[in-house]
Design a protein around this ligand. Sequence first.
Ligand code: NA7
Length: 553
Amino acid sequence: MSEKSAFDAVVIGAGFSGLYALHRLSGLGLDVRCLEAGDGVGGTWYWNRYPGARVDIESMQYSYSFDEDLQQDWKWPEHFSPQPDLEAYANHVTDRFGLRERIRFGTRVNRLRFDEGTSRWHIAAEDGFTATAKYVIAATGSLHAHNVPPFPGLDSFKGTWHHTSRWPAEGVDLTGKRVGLIGTGSTGIQIAPVAAEVAEHLTVFQRTPAFSVPAVHRALDPAYEQEWKAQYAERREVMRANPSAVFPTVPRFGSVFDHSPEARQEILERAWSARNGLLFLQAFTDTMVDPAANEVVAEFIRGKIRQIVRDPEVAELLCPKTYPVGTKRICMDTGYYETFNRENVTLVDVRTHPITRITESGLRTTNASYDLDVIVFATGFDGVTGSFTAMNVTGTDGLDLREKWADGPTSYLGLLVAGFPNLFMVHGPGSPGVLAQMITGGEWQVDWITRFITHMETEGHERVDTTVEWERRWGAEVDGAADHTLYKRADSWYMGANIPGKPRVFMIYVGGFDRYVQRCTEQVEAGYEGFVFDGPARGPVHANTHAPAPATD
Ligand code: NA7
């Protein structure tokens, strides 16, 4: 019997948002299939299985809220979950809600084409699978399209190399090996201390140092767990009303400049010991908006680095000085800076002397050669947009998503793109994405999409689109929110700055998750303002929406 191929809805990606979308849309009585490139569920937490991989939001918060029994039953072993626990949780949810049989694994979508005649999406995958669907929910992840810099000579390397997000399930034995680690973002900082424990020698190739606060991993305190479980529903409400979609567990102290230097230092010491990067940044209200306030907080961390790292030259090299703290994801580590006090660890500055090529025996920079057995690429991702454009998406009038986004991504509310009807993004550009707690944010977007589709089905709509004008208006809100902060001052993946040739546009809505919820709700309550049902989108869909908006009165 041939495989079924016509669906009401196709969800792409079986990460936390995709699984929930599959659950909710199936609950509407729709015939839904989830297509997943990997062989298992968990998305980011399926792919990123390198040693030391761990989430930086505490477990009691980084979990689903949609089912009270689930959140009461599930027991997290650790305060901050390591990758295996998150993957186990994704599997539990998949089986508990009977989702597995509706997921097609090993199915990497590489073609999405909208057929205007039938108003259906045609979906094709690398393995030859094809399907059609009225609705597509792209829950493809902000950090899926991994970035291996195109260093010449990689093919000639006689050792082994791995990007951290494609780490083999069976693991990689680093014991007694000469390991080269390229990249010092959240991932590099997690893997370095673990690799250093077993490697003969670890060489860390650093282009830009990162700010990191100690995570001090620990088992989940049963009393803390009980406190949460007794108030889960109320605390989830507080999270949904919070700008970062988290529950604030550390007090805020107003402006940095409301306090004497001594009092500031004391507040920062307490925030440092609170073992939570996000809350460290939120100790003061002006850290992310006032360069002078930011510098006080940044200098506090540099002071810590200088205290921890014994070699003053190495310590100075590890001190970030070229961007405000928090404008790249603040890292949380377990003994990262201490790692550089080990005899078997070397830090190499590849900002001053960049890597020029990979060789048979290791790699070369502009001033030295390094012999290596294993090269670890912790070099990040084509973030936010990479997983969408990789699907080769064609909308109405033959419009190509890559071309449409050539000057930077556009969207309406981070959910729809003009010219791509019935294609809903989760954590798309223009949504709070990675700058709000992602499971809660994803749940909220999926609930919104579910309500939206219910409306369409009830009203008998065949398709929904938006317009370039509404993309422009939303783009101005996204940009305006970022302009109130220091985020644009960093060459971060939020800006697309880590991928050569990618347009430099701040892709995330930083106006606050709470404000985002309000704006999405308002637009629906205003009679679905900005949405175009059952017609071709009004106006051109190719226009550059990053151009300044015309003056309006
Ligand atoms: P990141 O944060 O993008 O870090 C990637 C690192 O790789 C960063 O230090 C980069 O330096 C470095 N990199 C990238 N390309 C090169 C080349 N060509 N040469 C040398 N070094 C390079 O990715 P992560 O995986 O660590 O973290 C991603 C997110 O996961 C994180 O933000 C959290 O939200 C969780 P650069 O800074 O660009 O100079």
